[in-house]
Structures are given as C-alpha cells and as structure tokens.
Ligand binder design. Structure first.
Ligand code: GLA
Length: 436
C-alpha cells in the first residue's frame, strides 16, 4: 500500500465517531449459542439443538424463570448460521425461513417481553465463518439499519473472508453505522483475533473508542486445555491487554463453557474465577434446559459475579507463577478491596500453599478475606500473617480481600451469599493461620 492510500484510509477512519452510547459500563452478561450449539442446522433430526427460534425462546425462558436475569445475565445472543443463504429483494439479510419462521423482530419482542436483550451475529467480509452471507463494506449501513429495525441490542461482528484493509475500514464504519441508527446497541468486534491480537497490529485505544468489547484470541473449545491456553495467552500478554480494559471497553477471552462436557467442578470454578480476574464478559454457552446443580451454583455465585462486575472496571493480572505450579492472580476492586485467585496448575493432588498478603505486595494493615466458593470468612489477617491452605489440581481458591475496618461494607456481599460462616482455622504457630 502506498503512502497516499494509507492517508486516505486514516482519513476515512477518523470520520467514524466514537461509539459513545453509554452501554456496558460493566462487562456484558448473557448467553450465546456458538460454543455449545455451533452450526447445527438439522432441525429435522435434532429439533432441540438446532439453530432455530425455538432454541433462543427456550433460552430466554430459562434466563427469565431460573434466576439468571436477576443476577445480570441479560443478553441472548444468536451466533453464526441464523441466516438464509440469500439476501432479500431489498438487499437485506434475512433469517432462514424454515428455522426462524417468525422472523427476528418477533423473536426480539419475545426476548424483550421477558426483560432480556437480543444479540445477533454478522461478519465483516464476503461470508461468515460458516459460509453464510457476509457484510461487505457496501452492506454495512443497510445491515446496521436492518438490525436496529428488528430491535437488536448487541452485534457480534466477526471477521472471516476479508483482508486487513477491509477490517480497518469496516469495523469503524460499522461503529458509525450503529450509532447512526439511533438505537443503542452493544458492539463486539472480532477484529483483533484476525491480526494477531497484539500491538502494534492492534491499536487498543482506538478499538476502545469504537467497540465495547473485542475478541483478542482464538475460539474457546469445550476443554480445560482450551481454558488454560486462553488464560496463559492473556497473562503472558497482560502488559498490552490489561490497560486496554475499562468501563465500556472490554477484552473478551470468549464464552463460559461451564455446564458442558469438558470441565470438572474444580475447573469450572477456575474458569469463573479467572474470568472475574480478567473483567471478562460473562457470556455462557451451555444448555440452560439441562444444567447440573454444581454448574448452576458456580455460574450463579453472587460474589463471583459482583467481583466480575466491579464498577471500577480495572482488569486484573497474574502476579506470580510459582515453581510449585501455583499461580496467583489479583484484581483491585472498589472500596479498597481486591480479589486473589490461587490457581493450581498441578496434576497430582491438593497442594498446601503457604503465603502472606505481604508476599503478594499488600500494604501493612489488617484484613479479612471471604472465600468465594466456600462462603467462609478468614478474620485476623494482617499483611505479615503467614497462612496455609489447600488448592485442588486445576482448581482455585478465590478470596475477596478487604481492610478489616471496612468489614461492614462487605456485609452486603455476605448477606447476598447467605453463607458467612467462619473458617475453621487454628494457629499453627504464632501469626500463622492454617485454613482448613
Ligand atoms: C468464529 C468466531 C466464533 C464463532 C464462529 C462462527 O470462529 O470466533 O466465536 O462466531 O466464527 O462461525
């Protein structure tokens, strides 16, 4: 590309107004079809699981009736494979008529009537990743208008079947086109994934001006390996990624797979804890009609959700990778609180980990800690108190830590969880707590 072309491109881009519609001051929460239901279009042999309006209605019913909505899970997001293979006679995208006979506007009403919001998927390029009609540059405006006319609240804009110049033009143009509809829509951009996810290819401060969230890295799959790979990449690159996040601008390590087939209970807790550390969107992709109680309890853990949704919106970091394969993650939270996640990357047996808050760079002072998954409280900690606890292989211990004098402020969190029992601990030696 010559210098003139670059200047022209940048000129075009600067025309795009920032997407300033006040949405997603905290990371979005909801449900998305892709990881669990993929591109299953076989409604004849698999009517329960195919991508059809019934799946989204069923999911909306579950979100509204099973306590999810009250916790903040509000977006029902259609992913790829909803479209007809052809645009209509006006050049508009249209849903597959056999799988969405009522149309998207009717589905949006159904979802809105239950106090929920509708998300949809499109692709900046000639085709979606599964080969359905894409949104080329000339179709951006009409597609934004169509989504707004249907009552869509969230757009996931993928980037298959296009080149970096088209991405550079298309993502800002879609931002501008969504704004121009006058309908507030959350805008999720997959752009970074297609250009390596890191600076200098990705300009995160610009991205934050035009998108509310963005996919940085490869697709999540239903396995602990996949979760670990994602966490590893985000942590290895945290110096570039962590400062990009804040209210209205979020890194997206992809969907929660809790409740599917690939994670043990410990691993499911680990995903929930690490997604809270990363200030990640809490977008489940599972079958809410068939969810076991342990997955439900993890996904509905009020304190984990409150930590994820902390109003300061500061993304956390990996603090330590110990030789013993315990990793420590930390995120600052409002009211001088913070969260610590101790992750075991071991594969042998529960590991007794010894540390103190001072070793984790906490200032001198007295603290309490609330164990998010057991509901117990650890009192009488000061920064130098040595403590010991057990972390399961591929599991976590997740502590909400707050200054002791502020324990009143956290009563609300405790009440919510309704399980504020005291940890059984004994002083193994002066100043040393063994948390059992
Ligand atoms: C890409 C995205 C996924 C999903 C599929 C659909 O792989 O990253 O999240 O949307 O396309 O085809």
């Amino acid at each position: 590309m010559g210098p003139l072309a670059v200047t022209q491109l940048l000129g075009l881009i600067s025309l795009a107004v920032a997407l300033d519609n006040g949405l997603l001051k905290t990371p979005p929460m909801g449900w998305m079809a892709w990881e669990r239901f993929r591109c299953d279009t076989d409604c004849k042999d698999d009517p329960e699981n195919c991508i059809s309006e019934a799946l989204f209605r069923d999911t909306a019913d579950r979100l509204a009736e099973d306590g999810w909505k009250e916790l903040g899970y509000e977006y029902v997001i259609i992913d790829d494979c909803w479209m007809s293979r052809l645009r209509d006679e006006h050049g508009r995208l249209q849903p597959d008529p056999s799988r969405f006979p009522g149309g998207i506007a009717k589905l949006a009403r159904y979802i809105h009537d239950r106090g929920l919001k509708l998300g949809i998927y499109a692709d900046m390029g000639t085709h979606t990743c599964m080969g359905f009609p894409g949104t080329t540059l000339d179709k951006i405006e009409i597609d934004a208008q169509t989504f707004a006319s249907w009552g869509v609240d969230y757009l996931k804009f993928d980037g298959c079947s296009s080149n970096p110049v088209e991405h550079m033009l298309g993502y800002p143009l879609m931002s501008k086109a969504l704004n121009a509809t006058g309908r507030p829509m959350a805008y999720s951009c997959s752009w970074p994934v297609y250009i390596g996810g890191l600076p200098p290819n990705v300009n995160y401060s610009f991205l934050g001006d035009i998108c509310h969230l963005w996919r940085n890295y490869y697709d999540i799959q239903d396995s602990w390996d996949s979760v670990q790979g994602i966490v590893e990449w985000f942590s290895n690159n945290q110096d570039d990624l962590q400062p990009a996040a804040g209210p209205g601008r979020w890194n997206d390590p992809d969907m929660l797979i809790i409740g599917n087939f690939g994670l043990s209970v410990d691993q499911a807790r680990s995903q929930m804890a690490l997604w809270a550390i990363m200030a990640a969107p809490l977008i489940m992709s599972n079958d809410l009609r068939n969810l076991d109680n342990s997955a439900r309890a993890i996904l509905q853990n009020k304190v984990a959700i409150a930590i994820n949704q902390d109003s300061m919106g500061i993304q956390g970091r990996r603090l330590l990778q110990e030789k013993n394969h315990i990793e420590v993650y930390w995120r600052p939270l409002s009211h001088s609180a913070s969260v610590l996640v101790f992750l075991s990357r071991r594969t042998d047996m529960p590991y007794l980990y010894h540390t103190s808050l001072a070793k984790l760079e906490y200032d001198a002072g007295n603290y309490e800690a609330y164990d998010v998954f057991t509901g117990s409280t650890v009192t009488g900690l000061n920064a130098t108190t040595e403590f010991t606890f057990s972390v399961n292989p591929s599991g976590v211990v997740m502590w909400y830590v707050y200054p002791e004098q502020q324990s009143k402020q956290t009563e609300m969190l405790h009440d919510q969880h309704n399980k504020a029992s005291q940890f059984a601990f004994h002083k193994a030696k002066p100043g040393h707590l063994t948390v059992l």
